[in-house]
Write a protein that binds this ligand. Structure first.
Ligand code: NAP
Length: 258
């Protein structure tokens, strides 16, 4: 018997982060999970207790140090969240802004750098970072949203992680869906080639629950170490699709480096 892995999940009250926490909590022989979140009320609402949770903001470093003490692995699931300005007039496009202190540069770059530095200082061995496809294209609509360049800042943080010397797994998801996991074939790629040429013309999306499962599998399978990849899911019921259950084989198709 080996000791359970001590894992900190940030963005623990987020839509994907909360699924990762729940999945890890279901495997207590393998994982002791801690969550990091900024809203006590949200933690209580989602998990019924604040036990095992650290409350703080990733744009400052103080609480991260405490949360990461004696951790083996860190899962980064924080993200800047754009807000819609007043509802658009009919026929107009909605406009977005990032709240004060919550810009992509502050959250997706500096906030992730803070987490990576704190993990390194704490002796953490492995960081699993969930990012997004699209970061190779400055004109991607998410980059243009509120001129935040969110995918560019996320990609800069990915470079910082790779250069940190820590073991990394970088999961760049396609468009996230609130759908059940474990029902689709997952497809990995790199450098946004699946956005430019979607395989078989399929949508470049993936359920959040599948991304969460990839994170859990990446924590245990060495084939996910020091890899960065894009990932999407074939729509449920696609003829000839084989539901992904062998994550070792999936990770073996991925490669090191950005
Ligand atoms: P989400 O629900 O938006 O969660 C983001 C989390 O970050 C929230 O829990 C939020 O806290 C937390 N957070 C933000 N700023 C913080 C701060 N300063 N300090 C501490 N926590 C902070 O995330 P998601 O939609 O599941 O997405 C997961 C990841 O996949 C993100 O990196 C996202 O960009 C990426 N992704 C998204 C899409 C998409 O289609 N939306 C596509 C591909 C990839 P609160 O809960 O308190 O708000």
């Amino acid at each position: 018997m080996t000791n359970p892995l001590q894992v900190l999940v940030t963005g623990a009250t987020g839509r994907t982060g909360s699924i990762v926490v729940q999945k890890l909590q279901l495997q207590p022989e393998q994982y002791v999970v801690r969550g990091f979140a900024r809203s006590e009320a949200k933690v209580k609402q989602l998990f019924g207790t604040t036990e095992g949770f650290y409350l703080g903001d990733i744009t400052t470093r103080d609480r991260l140090k405490e949360a990461l003490a004696d951790c083996d692995a860190l899962v980064i699931l924080t993200s800047a969240i754009p807000q819609m300005k007043a509802p658009p007039e009919p026929g107009q496009r909605p406009e977005f802004f990032y709240p004060e202190g919550g810009s992509p540069e502050q959250v997706d770059y500096q906030g992730q750098v803070n987490q990576i530095d704190a993990a390194k200082a704490a002796g953490v061995k492995h960081v699993v970072l969930v990012g997004s496809m699209g970061g190779t294209n400055e004109q991607h609509p998410l980059n243009r949203m509120a001129n935040g360049n969110i995918l560019i800042w996320k990609r800069k943080a990915e470079v910082y992680l790779i250069d940190s010397g820590l073991d990394y797994t970088i999961v760049r998801a396609g468009g996230l869906q609130d759908q059940p996991g474990g029902q689709r074939e997952l497809i990995v790629g790199k450098d946004d080639t699946m956005l430019a040429n979607p395989p078989e013309g399929m949508p470049t999306s993936i359920p959040r629950a599948d991304v969460a499962e990839i994170v859990v599998q990446a924590l245990k399978l060495p084939a996910a170490r020091n890899k960065a990849f894009d990932v999407i899911a074939k729509p449920e019921g696609t003829p000839g699709a084989v539901v992904t259950t062998n994550f070792q084989a999936l990770f073996e198709q991925t490669t090191p480096g950005l």
